[in-house]
Design a protein around this ligand. Structure first.
Ligand code: SF4
Length: 217
């Protein structure tokens, strides 16, 4: 009598998929020097390793840095990625160069670096290079300063009005697509709806302020 096999559990399937994802990572062009060249110079980092850059504590460590063809190739590995990564995410990848230049033992010269992004999308690894021009590197730092200002503004506004309904929203729906906070965000049902809701809250606050002024005039 043939043995009856129990169907694989979700956990077994997830483990199998993860193993396959990791196996295929070894075949990517970006990581190939790591697995094929003997004596390749490389280093890996934890993302919580920060660096002081332009007065900001920057968490932008690459996942791996490989010395290849006279450059340090800073590799970002994304195990999940949106189909159309937003431009802001590309600028975030460029911060790896600023991070590396602030590390002892790495060159303080943007020309000494190349950036490679290896990202998982629709069951395959996609790879692309990013240019590290001085203009783009400046834009990446401006993004950091802008984000810091937004955080300060958010902190002040939540102290004054501790409701999620008043938080600043993303400017583009595509930014929300890959956002891990979406389920708890006012934009969980779409950015346009969240904006309308915020406008209504704002209008009602203005009206109630006007009513209060009229009553006390
Ligand atoms: S889902 Fe919310 S927190 Fe995430 S990017 Fe969109 S607006 Fe920002």
């Amino acid at each position: 009598m043939a043995a009856i096999e129990s169907p694989p559990t979700h956990i077994d399937m997830a483990v199998g998929q993860s193993n396959e994802q990791l196996r295929r990572l070894e075949e990517t062009v970006g990581l190939r020097p790591l697995f094929t060249s003997r004596g390749a110079r490389w280093a890996y980092f934890e993302r919580w390793q920060s660096a002081q850059v332009a007065g900001v504590e920057l968490y932008a460590a690459p996942d791996v840095a490989i010395y290849h063809q006279h450059k340090w190739v800073l590799v970002r590995i994304q195990f999940r990625s949106p189909t159309h990564p937003p431009f802001s995410q590309q600028l975030e990848h460029l911060l790896m160069v600023h991070w590396a230049m602030a590390q002892p033992g790495f060159p303080n010269d943007p020309e000494a670096y190349a950036i490679k992004v290896v990202r998982w999308n629709r069951s395959r690894w996609l790879e692309h290079h990013l240019n590290t021009t001085s203009g783009l590197l400046k834009q990446a730092l401006s993004l950091v300063h802008h984000d810091r200002q937004e955080m300060q503004w958010l902190h002040r506004s939540t102290l004054a009005d501790p409701q999620l309904s008043s938080i600043p929203l993303a400017s583009d729906e595509r930014t929300c697509e890959g956002c891990h906070h979406r389920r708890g965000c006012p934009a969980k049902n779409g950015l346009a709806k969240a904006r309308r809701d915020q406008e209504q809250v704002l209008e009602s606050m203005i009206q109630s302020d006007e009513t209060k002024s009229a009553n006390t005039a």
